[in-house]
Structure formats: structure tokens, C-alpha cells
Design a protein around this ligand. Structure first.
Ligand code: NAD
Length: 262
């Protein structure tokens, strides 16, 4: 056991924002455990190069969560960082959502964070640690096209703030990030592929964020990972309970098509 290593767990760590976060943490010297329900050969080889440990872990399964957390804790004696990143989208009107679809979305996006926090906090207290939840722009501003997803992310922001209050006594900081549309992720790639006009849909995602529109590009997974790494670091020691929007200004609510003179 090497007590000098900082250990980090990233759920949903094999793709998109989670993979970018796992890779950046490994570059910064963390010993990283990534849990996911799938992994590609390319990601497996990227992880092997950086000594990132992969564990099959369905975050809806309590025993899988316990297994992931205890592997990390056994290797380093404690856990310094937990990133609750695993998530699924749910684009449907509430009248069309089946109760098992509600469970899939809420169990993955919210209940999993309860389970990981429940089993990780004892490995952080009383010396401190950091928990970063990947919420969403949808949790700051609920949307008409994905109410169940919006609800799950708003509740994740509430969980973040509640646990920040409860565990400040243990010097455990709990924050979340709220990305807008992030390119090169499984979630957004699937939405673009399913659109009737994928190119126009991608353009509309860019245009929804004032800064993304001005830069004519989407937010990148590494830009989200950079904020997660900052929230985990000693540079953010007095930051807890925040919900950081990484959305190019989307949550300011400025309609992107209003001309400047209006
Ligand atoms: P992604 O599809 O690339 O990554 C999600 C990962 O979660 C995948 O690897 C998937 O296998 C994993 N996962 C799904 N269900 C799981 C389960 N039950 N157990 C373990 N792993 C599971 O998409 P992403 O955009 O990188 O998503 C990461 C997080 O970012 C999600 O929580 C998502 O809601 C959030 N987010 C994404 C965007 C975006 O535009 N892509 C915007 C805001 C928030």
C-alpha cells in the first residue's frame, strides 16, 4: 500500500467526459479507478498506458459500487476524489415515459451518487476529500424536451449542496459541474446521429451557447475535465456546494438569435 498516492474514482469513466477526466487525473499523478458498463479496446489501451485501473461497474448495482470503491481503497488506504459521472439521457415527454425508464434515468443519474457517496465518505473522513458530481445545464434550467433528465440533474445539484453542508465537518468538499452540450461524447453523438438533419442539429447545439456560437465549436470533454481537476485540487480548498456552469453562457438565458441592437 502506498499512502502517498492520491486515489480517484471516476464512474462512467470509459467514454466522453469521464474518460477525459480519468486521463487528466492520471496525467496529474492520481491513481485512478474508472468504473463503467462498457469499454472499447482503444480506451483499454489508453488506460493501460496511464496505469488507470478499469472495473466493470454498473452504478445502479450496490454490490458493483461497493466492489469499485473497495478496490480503490484497498490499494491506497483511502479515497481522495470521487467523480460521479455515469449518466444517461432521457429525451421524452413525461406522458410517454414508462416507469422503468424513469427508474433507469433516476437510478443512474441520482441514486448512484447516493450509493457512491455512502460507501466512499467513510474512506475520506475525517481527513477530507473531494466529491465532484457531473450534473448538467438541464439541472440549472429545466427543459421541455427532457423533463426526467432535467429532474435527475436538478436533484443531483440538490444532493451536492446538501452533502457539502453535512460533510464540511469532515473537510469533504462536494461540488458539481453543469456542462452545456459537450462534443465528442457518447451522449451528444447519439443525439446528433438520431436527428433528422444531423448537421443542422449540431449547428443548433452550438448556437444555443453564446460562447460556443462565437467560437463556432462545441465545448470539449477536456474543458469539463479541467474544472473537475481544479475542484479536486488544493487550489479550491474553500470551495464547496457550488454548481459550476460550463456551458458557454447558455444558462444565462440569452436567446441566441436576438440581434445585438434589441
Ligand atoms: P458518454 O455517453 O460518453 O458517457 C457516459 C458514460 O456513462 C458511458 O461510458 C456509459 O457507458 C456510462 N454509463 C451509463 N450508464 C451506466 C451505468 N449504469 N453504470 C456505469 N456506467 C454507466 O456521455 P458524456 O456526455 O461523457 O456523459 C457523462 C456525464 O456528463 C453524464 O452524467 C451526462 O449526463 C453529463 N452531461 C453530458 C453533457 C453532454 O453534452 N455530453 C452535458 C451535460 C451533462
Amino acid at each position: 500500500m502506498d499512502n502517498n498516492l492520491k486515489s480517484a474514482i471516476v464512474t462512467g469513466g470509459a467514454s466522453g467526459i469521464g474518460k477525459a477526466t480519468a486521463m487528466m487525473l492520471a496525467e496529474r499523478g492520481y491513481h485512478v479507478w474508472a468504473g463503467d458498463i462498457q469499454i472499447t479496446d482503444a480506451t483499454q489501451s489508453d488506460f493501460a498506458e496511464r496505469d488507470i485501473q478499469f472495473r466493470h461497474c454498473d452504478v445502479r448495482n450496490e454490490q458493483h459500487v461497493i466492489g469499485l470503491i473497495s478496490s480503490a481503497a484497498t490499494a491506497t488506504g483511502r479515497i481522495d476524489l470521487l467523480v460521479n459521472n455515469a449518466g444517461v439521457g432521457m429525451v421524452k415527454a413525461i406522458t410517454d415515459v414508462a416507469s422503468d425508464e424513469w427508474d433507469l434515468c433516476l437510478d443512474t443519474n441520482l441514486k448512484a451518487a447516493f450509493l457512491t457517496c455512502k460507501y466512499t465518505i467513510p474512506y475520506m473522513a475525517p481527513d477530507g476529500g473531494s466529491i465532484v458530481n457531473i450534473a448538467s445545464n438541464a439541472g440549472l434550467l429545466p427543459r421541455a424536451h427532457d423533463p426526467v433528465y432535467s429532474i435527475s440533474k436538478a436533484a443531483l445539484i440538490a444532493l451536492t449542496k446538501s452533502l457539502a453542508l453535512c460533510h464540511s465537518v469532515d473537510k469533504i468538499r462536494v461540488n458539481c459541474v453543469c456542462p452545456g452540450p459537450v462534443g465528442d461524447t457518447g451522449m451528444i453523438n447519439a443525439d446528433i446521429a438520431a436527428a433528422t438533419d444531423p448537421a443542422a442539429f449540431r449547428e443548433s447545439l452550438i448556437n444555443a451557447s453564446p460562447l460556443a456560437r462565437a467560437s463556432q465549436r462545441m465545448i470539449s470533454p477536456r474543458e469539463v475535465a479541467t474544472t473537475v481537476v481544479y475542484l479536486a485540487s488544493e487550489d479550491s480548498q474553500m470551495i464547496t456546494g457550488t454548481a459550476v456552469a460550463i456551458d458557454g453562457g447558455k444558462s444565462l438565458g440569452v436567446p441566441p438569435d436576438v440581434p445585438a441592437e434589441q
